[in-house]
Design a protein around this ligand. Structure first.
Ligand code: APR
Length: 272
């Protein structure tokens, strides 16, 4: 998978100035058993209606049925908490240990697995938020609070009773809280989702390594475009074709058609 040409490209890039920028998507967590976003298992049933994530992960849905949206997030959180980091996550923890401040991780994943694996919050930009945190739905502040460990929604049909729903309130003002996740009808920003910082690192990056994303969201695509404009190479790790594989070819990088858990441990020695 990693031939002499890839080796030469990566080692030459790492001799340049600038951070090593990692960009991850749901694919890096697939081997931990967490369903990818656009896979068939992503739907959620309310009454007789099947909702896809893109319909439920919205401020509009939360405004209309907050308890149901919370129930979906608490179910997904239970799935995420039951999952363990895999060799792909652990390779990124070792990479940060070796590179220190030269390491920057931008993740679209809200599953919290990078932090649980051991990557630092300072160098991990969670541009879509984190399912382990909530914030005031009325935005009385931008403070993040840990989602209470109870209630746990283990099954898709576990109800969310009044007491459980009451626990999901803003500790500061007492009004309802909301998951700290970027919804499809919301926009990236810097204070909550570090969008400007992520793009700044892309402009300075020596090399971009993209892992497990379908390239369906605009900030990650802008990150790839910024790296390409700077004339720097992109390495894409994904078993399926995707826009970043094409970008890799255009930037003199490489598409490693493999699973994250297989490719990242092999790439680690070349990146550090
Ligand atoms: N290793 C690497 N890549 C993998 C693996 C694996 N083991 N398994 C699957 N993939 C790839 C798939 O081929 C696909 O391209 O991971 C990608 C997952 O794509 P999506 O499910 O669309 O997830 P992602 O790209 O992260 O979605 C981005 O969109 O829906 C919003 O906010 C949501 O964060 C999400 C964002």
């Amino acid at each position: 998978m990693i031939d002499a040409a890839v080796r030469a490209t990566v080692q030459a890039a790492m001799r340049e100035d600038g951070p090593l920028l990692l960009l991850t998507g749901a694919g890096i967590s697939a081997e931990s058993g967490i369903p990818t976003f656009r896979g068939p298992e992503g739907y959620w049933t309310v009454g007789s209606r099947h909702y896809h994530p893109q319909e439920l992960a919205t401020a509009e849905a939360f405004g209309r049925m907050p308890r149901e949206v919370w129930r979906w997030y608490l179910y997904r959180r239970a799935v995420c908490r039951a999952a363990a980091p895999n060799p792909g996550h652990l390779a990124l923890v070792e990479l940060e240990r070796r590179l220190g401040d030269r390491f920057v991780l931008v993740t679209q994943n809200v599953d919290g697995l990078h932090l649980r694996a051991g990557n630092s919050r300072e160098r991990t930009l969670q541009i879509h938020g984190n399912i382990d945190f909530m914030r005031c739905a009325a935005a009385c502040s931008t403070a993040l609070y840990p989602v209470p460990d109870e209630p746990v929604v283990r099954e898709r049909d576990t109800p969310l009773d009044d007491a459980a729903f009451a626990a999901l309130r803003c500790p500061r003002c007492g009004r309802p809280s909301r998951p700290h996740v970027l919804w499809f009808d919301e926009v990236y920003d810097e204070p909550l989702f570090h969008a400007a910082s992520a793009l700044g690192h892309a402009r300075d990056a020596a090399l971009l390594v993209v892992v497990g994303t379908a390239g369906a969201t605009n900030l990650p695509l802008s990150i790839g475009a910024a790296v390409a404009r700077a004339g720097r190479p992109v390495i894409d790790i994904n078993p399926e074709p995707n826009p970043f594989a094409e970008l890799a070819a255009r930037t003199g990088g490489a598409w490693l058609r493999a699973a994250a858990g297989e490719a990242l441990p092999q790439l680690l020695p070349l990146l550090s």
